[in-house]
Design a protein around this ligand. Structure first.
Ligand SMILES: [Fe+2]
Ligand SMILES: [Fe+2]
Length: 475
């Protein structure tokens, strides 16, 4: 089961050949996907040979295969972790019952919505990143961008398989729609806000892959607990791919910060104008980018109190992060959880029924995880002997979803009025000037072994290749 069949037109480990109707339906979706890739995927890249990693089995060791691939020929396919025939539902009202191999009628609409919403983020991020290849700071970085892009394409395949296999005609229509919506399109945008933002430069890309791909990790982890076993198994495998995306983000920001610190020490200055003139990204600008991507990303977890979240949990559709490791009753009917609200002009915590607060629970798990990497960035700064520290803003800062939407809060967590927000926002969020400065640094560096001035080389090459390895051949 864990071996992947690459001889079929659609590589898979789900015995696709045994279900001719399904196979034909997916084979007719395949050319539409390729058209979408050509239209909305990495710009001008169709003829490049890219040193990509392709999964050969779903085991952790199954990632060994590296080789040059033209991206439109990438072997996108359908891969699931092996199943456990005895798997039991381990949370919610159906706790202890057998996991579902098919969709129960009463949960069909909600499951479809969950799968479509997840599926929609995958092509969205490819669309958001489609121009970045034109300004890559090195061949190493260009290759990593393309690796992420092809894997997000595969994540779309993963969700489309579930739609085709389990949701009949509705599922096939949703699969078509996933190729029609476009990130940022006024008339037909992607479903979630953060996936309609632009990713205009590589600092934004690294912040996106650090924070927003991590949202993906937490959503997938929660879905990997699902009572709907095919969804659980599919998302388990997707998580192995997500790890690389977050690595690209974390190491990318770290390399930006390291280069800035080098130049700060060489020039013995923290003066923003001097550093910008020297062609590196000043740390306050890095902080503003961080504030933006962090706040936009934590909105993705949804409203702090949500009856949908409660229903998804109780009915077994979506668990908590690491549900199986938690020591409680896994039903949560009588527990409470702290959520924020504003009283008399101040943020206060109040207890809400935990079932309704599960979006907040997942958001807090995300926050703990993302803070850890920010600490690692700070160690780079600390080692350079520089006093500046990066931090994540208060979780009420710059929010657009839930109780906190529309309330103005400073990065420190103080409720402020519109005038204070206006006065502070240019220190807290990237300004047009910040963005145009960062954009001015974005030049294409394609000579093997060379890196743009604003970023350090990585500690180690992909697949232990030497630093001057030709990760992308342009033809
Ligand atoms: Fe993804
Ligand atoms: Fe990702």
């Amino acid at each position: 089961m864990s071996t992947m069949n690459y001889s079929d037109k659609i590589p898979n480990n789900v015995n696709l050949a045994e279900d001719r109707t399904l196979q034909r339906a997916l084979e007719s979706w395949q050319p539409n996907f390729i058209d979408w890739w050509g239209d909305a995927g990495p710009e001008g890249s169709g003829n490049f040979d890219v040193y990509l990693r392709t999964a050969t089995s779903v085991d952790p060791q199954g990632w060994a295969h590296f080789g040059y691939v033209k991206m439109p020929d990438y072997r996108w396919g359908i891969f699931m972790n092996p199943g456990d025939a005895d798997r039991r539902i381990h949370f919610g009202d159906h706790l202890g019952e057998k996991a579902w191999t098919d969709v129960p009628g009463e949960h069909r609409a909600n499951l479809r919505r969950i799968i479509v919403t997840q599926g929609d983020t995958e092509p969205a991020s490819v669309e958001q990143q489609r121009h970045l290849g034109l300004t890559a700071p090195s061949l190493y970085d260009l290759r990593n961008l393309f690796q992420i892009n092809v894997e997000e394409g595969r994540h779309l395949w993963a969700m489309v398989y579930l739609l085709h296999r389990h949701f009949g005609r509705d599922g096939r229509e949703e699969a078509e729609e996933l190729l029609v919506r476009r990130s940022g399109d006024e008339n037909n945008p992607r479903i979630l806000g953060a996936f309609n933002e632009r990713t205009p430069d590589w600092l934004a890309f690294f912040m996106f892959t650090y924070f927003t791909d991590r949202d993906g990790k937490f959503q997938l982890a929660a879905l990997s607990e699902s009572a709907f076993d095919p969804l659980a198994r599919t998302t388990r495998f997707m998580l192995t791919e997500e790890a690389h995306h977050m690595f690209v983000g974390e190491s990318g920001v770290s390399r930006v910060v390291a280069r800035t610190c080098q130049v700060m020490n060489e020039l013995k200055t923290d003066d923003v104008a001097t550093l910008r003139a020297a062609g590196v990204i000043d740390l306050p600008t890095v902080q503003r980018y961080l504030n933006f991507h962090y706040s936009v990303t934590i909105d993705l977890f949804g409203a702090d109190q949500s009856s949908n979240a409660a229903a998804f949990y109780s009915s077994g559709l979506k668990g908590r992060y690491e549900e199986g490791k938690r020591q409680d009753d896994h039903r949560l009917k009588s527990q409470t959880y702290k959520v924020l609200e504003v009283q008399n002009g101040q943020l206060v915590e109040k207890e809400a029924p935990m079932l309704n607060a599960l979006n907040e629970v997942l958001r807090d798990d995300f926050i703990r995880d993302s803070v850890a990497g920010v600490g690692r960035w700070n160690r780079v700064i600390e080692k350079a002997g520089i006093a500046f520290r990066l931090s994540v803003p208060h979780k009420a800062f710059h929010r657009n979803i839930g109780t906190l939407a529309g309330i103005k809060v400073s990065p420190e967590g103080k409720v402020i009025d519109a005038a204070q927000w206006e006065a502070g926002k240019d220190q807290w969020l990237p300004t047009a000037e910040d963005r145009s400065f960062v954009a001015s640094l974005m030049g294409r560096v394609v000579e093997p072994g060379k890196f743009a001035n604003w970023i350090t080389p990585p500690a180690i090459g992909i697949n232990r290749q030497p630093m001057d390895f030709e990760y992308v051949r342009f033809n």
